[in-house]
Write a protein that binds this ligand. Structure first.
Ligand SMILES: [Zn+2]
Length: 542
């Protein structure tokens, strides 16, 4: 007998001795069939198949490690001597999309994950891990519900942005975040590496960027230094990633099927860069990165060819470090006052026949875009970059409008509107009992109700909406524990928005499933906000 699980239903089936938790998978798979019986998970080998590629073996090893951690029993990559097989991973020649998979858990103990690509095997493994009870430690008999799951994502861009410029987060913290993203099948990490208050990526040709730009005298933003974590050995506040660190994080992300999109902000939000190299500004400086939140006049001079040479040198090193297609160049919130009063900028405008400084911004972006295109990468930038027109290949990250116009003119768009995707906003209206935030209000329900395809976008252009992402700006978030508190559980809602079929979205089902995930967060040591949290727990973010 087969029966379908309807999203509204959550069962607890108890057999004589063991409780089998019904599937509480987030994001909800495309199709899940609950079958009769239970499957006993017996510690043993994860079999990637004979002559498996190294990438497939890596997923088998990943699954073995996670199962061992979660159950405190011995799972391992299959060797020739193994007789007990716990899970089979199989690559199949199918037309299925690379991220899709089929997971079969049958009575007895055969568990099989099949996919056309390692990405699908990886997501099948993540789903299997969610079939374990939240606290599976030391259970002698692990029983899983018998299911057949067929799954594939709705969108190709399932993202999370982390601002490491306002406050710095270590390589280990970033890796932990990547693991947490992978649990929820997010595949794009947008790493906001530079801003007015910090430059966080080592650039060999311009060492002062990190020698000066990565450190502040103060924690800043009026925050209590005791709540902040990133202090250097000399007591200065901040930090940066060496190129070796970046390569390590990129490899880690790749092994979790996450692409990293680095963001190098220009021409505005550049006080930290210009503090180190003021010759590329209009005024010559001086600049400081000891700044509160806001928009400042740390803007590159668009009339100076040296500014472009500097940016291209920086981007050449960035492109060498990050293998993904997209390079984010920011482009938002540019103050053009300096350009009005700069002889070089005005000369450039005259030479190019421009009448307004906005055109100069467009010139800046187009010139950088040529460089990025020439290196076989694609430019993506915030809403503002489309104002002066763009090359066809450039993509927009819509935070402030413009998605419909951009998509209708053939540009790809990632949706990240301020109203629905800004996770630095408060999760509750009871702000006295929440950690201090930048403002705004974005409850879990609103994230869950977010629809990435704009209603007014004509059907023929919907393919240009690549997906969506949550943004975490960190002006008021000086520790990783606080990062987690702002992300969880809202990131689970975003994961379901970008992965699951639109018609399957059901708030009641989601909130029931989330109850199981809160227990999982407790097991994994993830700081989170429980919607019914008493005030003392809600304010526990350190
Ligand atoms: Zn200038």
């Amino acid at each position: 007998m087969r029966y379908r699980i309807f999203p509204l239903t959550l069962w607890l089936v108890t057999s004589a001795a063991f409780a089998v938790t019904e599937p509480a998978i987030i994001p909800l798979p495309k199709s899940i069939e609950r079958r009769e019986g239970v499957c006993e998970l017996i510690p043993g080998a994860i079999d990637p198949g004979a002559d498996a590629r190294p990438e497939t073996k890596a997923i088998a090893r990943f699954l073995a490690d996670r199962l061992s951690e979660r159950t405190r029993q011995n799972f391992h990559l299959k060797s020739n001597l193994d007789s007990v097989k716990a899970v089979e991973l199989r690559l199949a020649q199918t037309q299925a999309s690379p991220e899709s998979y089929t997971l079969t858990v049958k009575p007895g103990h055969l568990i099989n994950i099949e996919a056309s690509d390692e990405a699908g095997l990886f997501y099948g493994a993540q789903t299997l891990l969610q079939l374990l009870p939240p606290d599976a430690k030391g259970s002698a008999n692990l029983q899983l519900p018998s299911v057949q799951i067929q799954d594939q994502p709705r969108f190709q861009w399932r993202g999370l942005e982390l601002d490491v410029a306002r406050h710095f987060f270590s390589t280990d913290e970033v890796k932990r975040l990547l693991d947490e993203m992978a649990m929820y099948k997010l595949n794009t990490f947008h790493w906001h590496l530079v801003d007015d208050q910090g430059w966080r990526i080592e650039i060999k040709k311009y060492p002062k960027l990190t020698q000066l730009g990565a450190w502040r005298q103060n924690v800043g933003f009026g925050l209590d230094p005791k709540k902040a974590t990133a202090f250097g050995p000399d007591g200065r506040y901040g930090g940066f990633y060496t190129q070796a660190d970046i390569r390590e994080v990129v490899a880690y992300a790749t092994s979790r099927h996450i692409n990293i999109v680095p963001e190098i902000e220009m021409p505005g939000h550049s006080s930290a860069a210009l503090m180190a190299y003021p010759q590329f500004s209009c005024t010559g400086g001086p600049f400081t990165n000891d700044l509160p939140g806001g928009i400042f006049d740390g803007v590159f001079c668009a009339g100076n060819d040296g500014s472009f040479k500097f940016m291209e040198d920086v981007l050449a090193e960035v492109i060498d470090l990050f293998p993904g297609k997209f390079i984010h160049i920011g482009g938002d919130e540019v103050l053009t006052n300096n350009w009005k009063n700069c002889a070089k900028c005005q000369a450039r405008m005259k030479q190019e026949g421009m009448h307004h400084e906005m055109e100069l911004e467009s010139y800046f972006i187009r010139r950088i875009e040529k460089f990025i295109d020439a290196h076989d990468r694609r430019l993506i930038g915030w809403s503002e970059i489309r104002e002066g027109g763009l090359a066809q290949d450039a993509a927009i990250m819509d935070w402030a409008g413009g998605a419909i116009e951009a998509a209708s003119s053939g540009h790809d768009v990632v949706m990240s509107p301020l109203k629905d995707c800004y996770f630095d906003h408060y999760q509750s209206k009871d702000i006295a009992n929440e950690p201090h935030s930048i403002g705004g209000y974005l409850p879990l329900e609103q994230v869950y109700a977010f629809e990435p395809i704009p209603a007014k976008l004509a059907p023929e252009f919907r393919k240009h909406i690549l997906g969506a992402q949550a943004n975490l700006w960190t002006e008021y978030i000086p520790s990783f524990s606080h990062v987690q508190y702002m992300l969880f559980p809202r990131i689970c809602a975003m994961a379901e928005v970008v992965w699951s079929p639109r018609e399957a979205r059901d708030w009641n089902s989601f909130s029931h499933r989330l109850e199981i995930h809160y227990k999982l967060f407790d097991q994994l040591g993830i700081n989170y906000r429980h919607p019914s949290a008493p005030p003392q727990q809600a304010s526990s973010a350190k």
